[in-house]
Design a protein around this ligand. Sequence first.
Ligand code: TH1
Length: 804
Amino acid sequence: MLSEAKIQDLVPEPDAAALRRSIEYHLKYTTGKDPSAATLTDWRLAVSRAVRDLVIAPWFETTQRVYTEDQKRVYYLSMEFLIGRLLEDAILNLGLDDKLRSIVGNFDVDYAALLTDEPDAALGNGGLGRLAACFMDSMSTVGLAAYGYGIRYNHGLFRQSFENGWQAEEAEDWLRQTHPWEFERPEAHYPIGFGGAVSVDGAKATWTPAETVLAVGYDTPVPGWRGRWSNTLRLWSAKPEREFDLEPFNRGDYMAAAAPSVLAETISRVLYPDDTTAQGKELRLKQEYFFTAASLADIVRRFLAHHDDVAKLPQSIAIQLNDTHPAIACPELVRLLMDHHGQPFETAFEIARGCLHYTNHTLMPEALERWPTDLMGRVLPRHMALIERIDDHHAKSVKRPESVKILDGGEVRMGDLAFIGARRVNGVSALHTELMKQTVFKDLHELHPERVVNQTNGVTPRRWLYNCNPALRSLLNDTIGETWVTDLDRLEALLPLADDTAFRARFAAAKDTNKRRLADHLKHSMGITLDPTAMFDIQIKRIHEYKRQLMNILHAAALWNAIRQNPEKNWAPRIKIFGGKAAPGYVMAKLAIKLINDIGATINKDPAMAGRLQIVYPPNYNVSMAELLIPAADLSEQISTAGMEASGTGNMKLSVNGALTVGTLDGANIEIGEAVGSDNIFIFGLTAAEVAATRAAGYDPASHIAAEPRLAEILEQIASGAFSPDDPGRYTDLVTNLREHDWFMVAADFSSYWDIQSKIDEAWHDRDGWHRSAVLNTARMGWFSSDRTIRGYARDIWNAGTAY
Ligand code: TH1
């Protein structure tokens, strides 16, 4: 076993001269540029290469160590990895910030500009994809032998702009430039089949696919803190088996000649931009099977390279399915074990189930994947037959076979398949896991009571505190040392300092620095002016009805009315900042964006609002923008309809950076409230149980609106076109829907939201008390580190060890 000391030796601590030479070398020999001709991007690529070189030794060392010790390997399968920029993250992990700042400066290159020149790798939609990225960081930092597997999309999440206040989408193009972090692995390629037919000869089935594409792996090393351990993120790209058909080319039919390549490459071309809604599109199913099959082939190959008995797979590996997107893993692994390794069905199924674990991230019916059996049968005929067999086998083995069925009404229910094929199933917050047991998986949970466990989400403190908040980072390091970076519970050492006036002032100064940094950025990017002494009230997340950005903007409109009626009142100056994208096909969400921009424009041009209320909605919210917004927030809006946000992770990032939360008792907000204490969080609204009971009793939004004149007034204004004089009828349907249906219970929660916002205004006037609460938020949020989450998975689900 490699000793700790030896691993540490491998973490290179290059002197500045060597680092400088390495950058010069890469500029010249990798990028092919002379310093006098180099662009900012050339310099960035050279610096990235020089930094990447430094993680190679620990990467090899980790791989070697895992191999020689035959450590259990964890495989995290996810359709999405929302990793964002990598250069600054790597620099800070390796502790090279000061050195590089000065070296790059000496080349007469702007260091900050060089870092932000990197495009965001936006290979995910929102929380689910970002969670996968945080987990990769934590698995390396705690020293767990892990691989992430996903898709190397050519186009990540679309770029958002506003045209006249409406969302417009444009293709994202992160691979137009060289991606300097990855290594192509042409030797790690697997043929992936689709369609065709299955022939059965006795017990033996043979699947002959109609089309085949190649999955080619691209590896990115993922260094943990101080580079002491480094895992691999392997993303699959689809390539044709043959690039090109010579016969049509010779005939002069150039389009037909290139056809195989076009067809294959479609599979990894673009990320589906739908967060928490299942589309049921054939290409999506192909994407899911493509990356799952390639990953399993790779996993089994690696296992067989030094084991010979597939029955021992569950001792050596653990596979985590990030939602149902890779749920085809169960029949695929059964297929490999039966058709390629000669195992009988029951054995194959038990081996597969011993390896597989499934995380559920949402209970919303529109998010639960179901595939029509005819589509599944056409695209994956062998799998369709195996799914039927798994369903049958499960039904026979349980007491109430009629109550649970993977196949239902001509559809394959992927949640049930994932549950039945998994050794453990987990929810992502305490409430969500309880609701899982009571609702979608009620029957299955009763049949398999040991299967469901909870692992509340977490966020990596490296990116989401240390890296994004240099002002608070230095205050923390000065005050309590640096151990919190890998042991976030150490933040508790701040507790006594919440009552220390001098410390509170320094904490407030750090917040002020971050607010000014954001204000500067928005000045440059949008040409708007923000008063950094106002309250920064921030809601950043995907635009979705259940997240209720609508309630937030209705509150803004109600405030506008109230301030105009009573301008002399001591209003807390507020800047409401929104950030987020709507799925391109989600009409209501896109209308909400337009409404935010319409109401925002009205408020922002009213001179009576100057210094009192402002609405800001910067376009194209992404990971990099989150890194600017989160440290600058005073107030964090977490206002989903209770029972609908499975966990939330932005809520954790904002609170640990010292924002106070206004939130419902939903998802992880509940656990955040327990951690920070009820005096340091603003909770309002119906509980999940009350929402369910209200719906069951027949909810009537009209009575709530009648009882709340503020809400009635703004709904009338919106309906009459006060915010849309160019098109007075624009919001007729939206308002009718709120008055008559209001599935997300905006009307039911509005009064309680208004009241808590008034309390927040009061709390803001006692600025010292506010900062005390902010310090207590940071001090008590240590539990929400994804290091804690990963240790929980390793202990309760994977049965795998960690080196640190
Ligand atoms: C999100 C959940 O909405 C959020 O509450 C949670 O914090 C996060 O996952 C991480 O656990 C989800 N994102 C998606 C995306 C798709 C499908 C389902 C979900 S649930 C595409």
